[in-house]
Design a binder for this molecule. Structure first.
Ligand code: PEP
Ligand code: MN
Length: 274
């Protein structure tokens, strides 16, 4: 089938794209990349505590939101600028890369200053003005799939970024809205082989938002790696019952440690490394 996709397409580029993060992380290469951390930065103490523990368990990058896209205006909205400052300190003191979301063009410069990967959240997957601005950035972008966007539309969003000059895009499947309501979203693992066929860009999976249920995160993480995903982004909180956002889908550090060990075997079985 002839495609109207250009820069993202396999026709345009046959070999898999590898996104280099800092010196030693390569998303899309043989090694599986694991991003983990709390949904939100809640305090300086919280982000240091969780990040230090995750670092011991071999996480490649820390995730944590400063600006949070919340369905309700009455929910915690993120610590914003203050959180970015804490993330900067985590990055410098713990020597670990940071993935954090930009929600608005207004905050792009300061997010760029801290983030090793700029996250575009599901709600902004088709915010074309934001995508264009991120397209001018020198930083890699984690482009989440919108909750109701087709794979083709999602790749078109990536085109919006690429056409502005930024080709460093990591796609992230995070669950879509379906009629199913026993899970928060429906994690579309079909997206892995579909993206691998249509595009040269790397794809990672978010089993936390994709299920919304802590107990389901390990199974879906393993399934994702078995299906050929290049990495995972997982929400981890050491006191999930006290988390200011997404506690029910956050696993605790001990579970994360166990999961990483189990993923090693899966990675090996599909000729990947972890
Ligand atoms: C998040 O990563 O915490 C988040 C809000 O993700 P999404 O945009 O996929 O809902
Ligand atoms: Mn979250």
């Amino acid at each position: 089938m002839k495609t109207d996709l250009k820069l993202t397409s396999r026709e345009y580029k046959k070999e898999n794209t590898i996104i280099q993060i800092n010196k030693d992380i390569r998303v899309g290469d043989k090694e599986i990349v694991i991003i983990a951390g709390p949904c939100s930065v809640e305090s300086k103490e919280q982000i240091f505590r969780i990040s230090s523990e995750l670092k011991k368990y071999g996480v490649h990058l820390i995730r944590a939101g400063a600006f949070k896209p919340r369905s309700s205006p009455y929910s915690f909205q993120g610590l914003g600028h203050e959180a970015l400052q804490y993330l900067k300190e985590v990055k410098e003191k713990l020597k670990i890369g940071i993935v954090t979301e930009v929600m608005s063009i207004e905050h792009l410069k300061e997010v760029e200053d801290v983030a090793d990967i700029i996250q575009i959240g599901a709600r902004n997957a088709q915010n074309f003005e934001l995508l264009k601005k991120v397209g001018k950035s020198k930083k890699p972008v984690l482009l989440k799939r919108g909750i109701a966007t087709t794979i083709h539309e999602w790749l078109m969003s990536a085109e919006h970024i690429m056409v502005q000059g930024n080709h460093q895009i990591i796609l992230c499947e995070r669950g879509i809205r379906t009629f199913e309501n026993s899970t928060r979203f429906t994690l579309d693992l079909n997206a892995i082989p579909a993206i691998k066929k249509m595009s040269h860009l790397p794809i990672i999976i978010d089993p936390s938002h994709g299920t919304g249920v802590r107990e389901f995160v390990p199974s879906m993480s393993k399934a994702a790696i078995a299906a050929g995903a290049d990495g995972l982004i997982i929400e981890v909180h050491d006191k999930p019952e006290e988390a200011l956002s997404d506690g029910p889908q956050s696993i605790v550090p001990e579970e994360f440690k166990k999961l990483v060990n189990e993923l090693r075997g899966i990675a090996k079985a599909v000729n990947r490394k972890l």
